[in-house]
Ligand binder design. Structure first.
Ligand code: AHZ
Length: 310
């Protein structure tokens, strides 16, 4: 994590939380002990509608041209976003997550158990984001996977240069002919749609998607499943890579090293990390140990930053 330079973030207009006060009053002072007379400030319903809609449409406008798009907000995608946003507050980073709830498979430690295990040296990432852990020899334990995911998510969302579009699916990749690129093709953005719309393409007539242009896409959509491995499967069907290796059986020792070391730009413009990569490389799965997802995220961020530094 040495390459991450600490940066002062301009949290303009964001009220710091944690002092237990609202407008200088503590929660107890808000009602001054007179709950009988308590009332909220008045509102007209359209104010709420406009406050939400204006911001969302401003974001759609702003992030239609992004610097980096991260596809999938699981443990790998969120680790990528954190590392990138901290290192480069000047870059516009859009995260597209198909589910309403970001976090992917990292809300539980495995088989619906609570604790999350990370093998060393991934404890460095936990220290970086301030998640407490217990040490047990070669690995560390976070008391609940949700503590890792909620902490990471809260930090990612607090960066002013990150926008999470959840309930939104990447339906396709934008491509460009590029004679200088190996294979003559470059990925130049993503095609998006509301997830509920994307799920109904078979029974509703043409519901066209929208788009985001970006020079770098980081795809972390997890291993194959109803949603997973989306970008790499599309690379095969568009002929950009010949075939997928297919995720292999579980071997914690080989799997985690392979995923971290293999995180790279698969075709120009598309970096693949996390378990999506196991489908490209024919790597083993690691099951309930999450260090590789965090460090693959760090490596994916480093690969993306290298492109911007060219
Ligand atoms: O909803 C998906 C999840 O949150 C999201 N996603 C998938 N396809 C998408 C698409 N557009 C937008 N087309 C999409 N979002 O991607 C996220 C993937 O998160 P994940 O937790 O499944 O993947 P990860 O690689 O970050 O972590 C995988 C952790 C492991 S290892 C493992 C094993 O070895 O068995 N199993 C898991 C879950």
């Amino acid at each position: 994590l040495d390459f991450i330079e600490p940066v002062a973030l301009p949290h303009k207009g964001v009220v710091p939380v944690g002092d237990g006060k609202v407008n200088g009053k503590s929660a107890v002072d808000v009602a001054d002990g007179k709950w009988k007379d308590f009332t909220f400030q008045p509102i007209r319903e359209s104010q709420i509608a406009r406050a939400m809609a204006r911001r969302y449409f401003d974001d759609l406008d702003k992030y239609a041209e992004s610097d980096i798009v991260i596809v999938g907000a699981g443990s790998c995608g969120l680790s990528t976003a954190y590392t990138l946003a901290k290192a480069r507050p000047d870059l516009k980073i859009a995260i597209i997550e198909a589910s309403v709830s970001p976090g992917g498979g990292a809300w539980l430690g495995g088989q619906l158990f609570s604790a999350m295990i990370m093998r060393k040296p991934a404890d460095a990432f936990l220290s970086e984001i301030g998640v407490p852990f217990e040490e047990e020899g070669n690995y560390v334990i976070v008391k609940h996977a949700a503590l890792f995911t909620s902490t990471l998510l809260s930090k990612v969302l607090a960066f002013p240069n990150v926008k999470l579009f959840n309930a939104t699916s990447v339906e396709d990749l934008i491509t460009r002919k590029d004679e200088s690129a190996p294979g003559g093709l470059r990925i130049a953005g993503v095609v998006t749609n509301w997830t509920l719309v994307a799920m109904h393409h078979d029974d509703q007539s043409c519901m066209d998607p929208s788009t985001i242009n970006a020079p770098i896409i980081v795809s972390t959509t997890g291993h194959d499943g109803p949603f997973g491995a989306f970008s790499v499967k599309r690379l095969v069907s568009m002929g950009a890579i010949d075939k997928l290796g297919g995720m292999r059986g579980l071997d914690m020792n080989t799997a985690e090293d392979a995923i971290v070391k293999g995180t790279r730009e698969i075709v120009p413009g598309l970096i693949v990390g996390g378990m999506e990569l196991s489908e490209v490389d024919g790597a083993n799965r690691m099951g309930p140990t999450f260090g590789a997802m965090a460090l693959s995220g760090v490596k994916a961020a480093e690969e993306a930053l290298a492109v911007f530094e060219l």
